[in-house]
Write a protein that binds this ligand. Structure first.
Ligand code: BG6
Length: 479
């Protein structure tokens, strides 16, 4: 028997800011991503002070789901999706973030989207914060570095739980909360937390202080969700890029062991409810002063997540005696001592393709936390070619997804990992997070839009559309 269990949540994943567009419609305020310009492979996206006249911001229109949601959801239903993961654009609900009252037009938009999904029996899986903090909270308050922002987030979460409690059963507080462990590239602290490092800051100390506030916000939101939506499940999410030792040299083994703390720190706190010893030792050793108030321990302990959500795209490798110099533009999980893995190939964007790494990740996370897991992102960013007859043969994407679903099946059926579902990233083409490009496509549905914002926005099925439909219909048996 090689089917995944009945009830397994097959779906697709996106994020509001990467596909909705309508960046200033329906009362929406500007978010941290609305000031990010387009970049490219190896060319970082710029973060401008405000929305500048004449500058191109690819997320502003994105693929305009805001006006196409009915058509798009009909396609998702045709594919047979059991669930659909998206986020609630925080600034549609609280345009500045610190208002007393939420924006009704924004709330209504998500009611309409969720109703449309439920009409087809598609469960919404909803992320509360997928890089969408308001620009105002980032610029005026300093983002999550400022403890006041915890209250604003929790208020936003509570508004969403109360409004959508009868429509949403699966919640995720933060997307890839652990990206910010990489303080070399400013994009991560900015998008995770609305924080921009200043001259003289100790990056790691700022990151841990910010992280402490965000972990409190997570725990408080989890608790609220349990009170308001007792039948729902709420998780938090990490980007999982497992780190392998380059060799069996004990120095490489220890380099990988230590480097994995970069990946584990956040989930160690939000899954277990307390700080891990290696972090406490680092604070002590480095003299970091992380302000924690009385009662914070209890908040963390009482607000552990019901499940761990993860994205998985690639693995990386460390070698003890390597020292990479410039990590500023690195977006592929690279570390100061990362090297290429000689056993795997990479995508055109240098992301190492390693399906076994997904099985490995699921195993280590299941063993470490003993709670259900949910793969809420996995996918292959590639350039797609439209043939003369109008078809799009994206076989490399099918190959990537097929090998990763095989790994998922081994993890569940052979290793016994408790996995709630699998939602490949970018079920429909959208704006790339790290580069702002359209040509780095993930979708099984093509969208006619290019890097410069030209195109008709027409939707077209790719070859992978029918392939994934068959996979879902057979619960993963027919790959
Ligand atoms: C994850 C993010 O990091 O990876 C998504 O949660 C992102 O927002 C995805 O789009 C793929 O990254 P990219 O840069 O190829 O879009």
């Amino acid at each position: 028997m090689s089917r995944l269990p009945e009830g397994f949540l097959w779906g697709g994943a996106v994020a509001a800011h990467q596909f909705e567009g309508g960046w200033n419609e329906g009362g929406k305020g500007p978010s941290v991503v609305d000031v990010m310009t387009a970049g490219a492979n190896g060319v970082a996206r710029r973060i401008t002070d405000t929305v500048e006249e004449g500058e191109f911001y690819p997320n502003h229109e994105a693929i305009d789901f805001y006006h196409h949601y009915k058509e798009d959801i009909a396609l998702f239903a045709e594919m047979g999706l059991k669930c659909f993961r998206t986020s609630i654009g925080w600034t549609r609900i609280f345009p500045n973030g610190d208002e007393e009252e939420p924006n009704e037009e924004g709330l209504q938009f998500y009611d309409d989207v969720f109703d449309e999904l439920l009409k087809y029996g598609i469960e919404p899986v909803i992320t509360l914060s997928h890089f969408e903090m308001s620009l105002h909270l980032a610029r005026e308050y300093g983002g999550f570095y400022n403890r006041k922002v915890v209250d604003y987030f929790v208020k936003f979460a509570e508004v969403c739980f109360r409004r959508y409690k009868d429509k949403v059963k699966y919640w995720i507080t933060f997307n890839e909360i652990n990206n910010q462990m990489d303080t070399n590239n400013p994009i991560f602290l900015w998008t995770n937390s609305g924080v921009m490092l200043k001259e003289g800051d100790n990056p790691r100390e700022v990151m841990f202080q910010t992280g402490h506030h965000e972990l409190l916000a997570n725990a408080l939101a989890v608790k609220k969700c349990h009170e308001i939506c007792p039948d729902a499940k709420i998780g938090c999410m990490i980007g999982c890029v497992p780190i392998y030792p380059y060799s069996c040299n004990p120095d490489d083994i220890m380099a990988a062991e230590e480097a994995m703390h970069q990946r584990f720190f956040f989930p160690d706190v939000f899954m277990r409810g307390h700080y891990p010893s290696y972090a406490k030792k680092e604070f002590e050793r480095e003299g970091y002063h992380i302000v924690m108030e009385e009662g914070d321990d209890k908040i963390l302990e009482e607000g552990t997540a019901d499940f761990l959500a993860l994205s998985y795209y690639m693995s990386t490798v460390v070698k003890a005696d390597v020292k990479n110099e410039n990590l500023e533009g690195v977006v592929n999980g690279g570390l100061p001592n990362s090297v290429d893995n000689p056993y795997v190939k990479a995508s055109d964007w240098g992301w190492q393709i390693d399906p076994e790494g997904l099985r490995y990740s699921l195993n280590i996370l299941a063993e470490r936390y003993e709670k259900p897991l949910f793969v809420v992102e996995n996918g292959f960013g590639a350039v797609d070619q439209i043939e003369e007859d109008g078809t799009i043969d994206d076989q490399p994407r099918i190959d990537y997804l097929k090998s990763h679903i095989e790994a998922v099946k081994k993890a569940v059926l052979h290793d016994g990992v408790d996995l709630m579902g699998y939602t490949p990233w970018g079920i429909i083409d959208l704006v790339s997070f790290t580069t702002g490009e359209m040509k780095k496509r993930y979708g099984m549905i093509y969208v006619d839009r290019d890097n410069e914002g030209n195109g008709t926005m027409e939707r077209k099925k790719k070859k992978s559309f029918d392939w994934f439909k068959k996979v879902i219909a057979s619960d993963g048996e027919e790959l």
